[in-house]
Ligand binder design. Structure first.
Ligand SMILES: Cc1ncc(COP(=O)(O)O)c(C=O)c1O
Length: 372
């Protein structure tokens, strides 16, 4: 370890993005919850025209993002029962960047810890640790994946140093696919104003359930969303936060000046203006999700749950040796050409195109035969 590097970073490893770069072999990439459909060709052409005609490569982007924020505020208003303006929106280089900005704004300098309920999206813990912020973890029910609210409340009132400043929840959760329950939402509503509640709605377009309606009553809540999933813009890296204007002002203070490239700004505005067309794919994926769950549920060894997102979570009925067997299924699928994730005590499979899903079912059958 180089002597000038912070000692606590020696324990950490870089986040692995899991894609295998092997262009000679076709792989079904169902491991990172992307949309399996690229932008339609005609929309790509229009976007390419914007790139050629309207973007000056020698100029910095418009760092205020006002037009994009207004378009996002319109979309957030349309998709909820609340009214939002540009002052309620901050944009990030993926919602990952916003997670880091929120951590910088709340917990640095030993001022706070964060609370997460595992299994959940790993970036909250990873980013917190890179900033030296303590992570308090609690469990979920192994049957419903509901947060252990007794443990959550105990963690909040525990007089540990530093106290919990931020609670991260995902609605619906990754990797388990469950939306927040009424009991969990009631608990969030009960939390005091000095604790920030981050409600990550990365999969909102698939779940069609949001807590954005309640942001006005709760200035200590922030909703995060992304263009990486339903909007098919993972390559462009753009996420956004919806919150009280004072929190947005703070996020603007801590972000880098030109955090979104000009082409990304255009792509996000373009996607919003074409949203009816682009989001039509959500219904297709929801139908595919139903079919995939029904088909995979036929295997008696597997345990599946309903999902509110564009992925499904699978465990084994027999929990003995689950770890080695899940790992074996993951490896067999990979060897057959389907990449999935083995994470959070189960397998997470992104819903793909009908062809990909058919291959997933065939390959799962083969993996289970090999496992016996
Ligand atoms: C719950 C959750 N939040 C955030 C993200 C990251 O989104 P982005 O691509 O906008 O950084 C993901 C990506 O998989 C996710 O699952």
């Amino acid at each position: 370890m180089l002597q000038f590097i912070r000692s606590d970073l020696a324990q950490l490893t870089a986040y692995s993005t899991h894609h295998t770069d092997n262009s000679a072999v076709h792989l079904d990439r169902l491991d990172v919850n992307e949309n399996p459909y690229d932008l339609p060709e005609e929309l790509k052409e229009k976007l390419a025209w914007t790139w050629q005609q309207q973007i000056e490569s020698n100029r910095y982007p418009d760092g205020g993002y006002l037009a994009l924020k207004e378009a996002i505020a319109d979309y957030a208003t349309d998709s909820s029962n609340a009214n939002f303006a540009a002052a309620n929106i901050s944009v990030g280089n993926g919602s990952d960047e916003l997670i880091r900005s929120l951590l910088i704004a709340t917990c640095l300098n030993g001022e706070g810890s964060i609370l997460v309920a595992n299994p959940t999206f790993s970036m909250y813990g990873i980013l917190a640790k890179t900033l030296g912020i303590p992570v308090v973890t609690i469990a979920r029910s192994p049957d419903t994946f509901e947060i252990d609210l007794t443990a959550a409340q105990a963690a909040i009132i525990d007089t540990q140093q530093p106290p919990i400043r931020v609670v991260f929840v995902v609605h619906p959760n990754s990797p388990t696919g469950n939306a927040l329950t009424e009991a969990e939402i009631t608990w969030l509503r009960s939390l005091p104003q000095h604790i920030l509640i981050v409600i990550d709605e990365a999969y909102f377009e698939f779940s069609q359930t949001t807590l954005a309606d309640e942001l006005v009553q709760h200035p200590n809540w922030v909703v995060l969303r992304t263009f990486s999933k339903a909007f098919r813009l993972a390559a462009h890296r753009v996420g956004y936060a919806i919150a009280h204007p004072d929190l947005i002002t703070t996020l603007e203070t801590v972000r880098l000046p030109y955090n979104l490239p000009s082409f990304t700004i255009s792509a996000a505005q373009f996607a919003l203006s074409e949203r009816q067309h682009l989001l039509a794919i959500v219904d297709v994926l929801l139908t595919e999700r139903r079919k995939l769950i029904a088909e995979l549920s036929k295997h008696k060894q597997l345990r599946l749950w309903n999902s509110d997102a564009n992925f499904i979570h699978i465990r084994l009925q027999n929990v003995n040796e689950a770890d080695s067997k899940l790992e074996a299924i993951y490896r067999s699928l990979k060897q057959q050409g389907t990449l999935i994730r083995y994470t959070g005590g189960g397998l997470r499979l992104t819903v793909g195109t009908p062809d990909e899903n058919q291959r997933t079912c065939d390959r799962m059958k083969q993996a289970l035969v090999e496992m016996l």
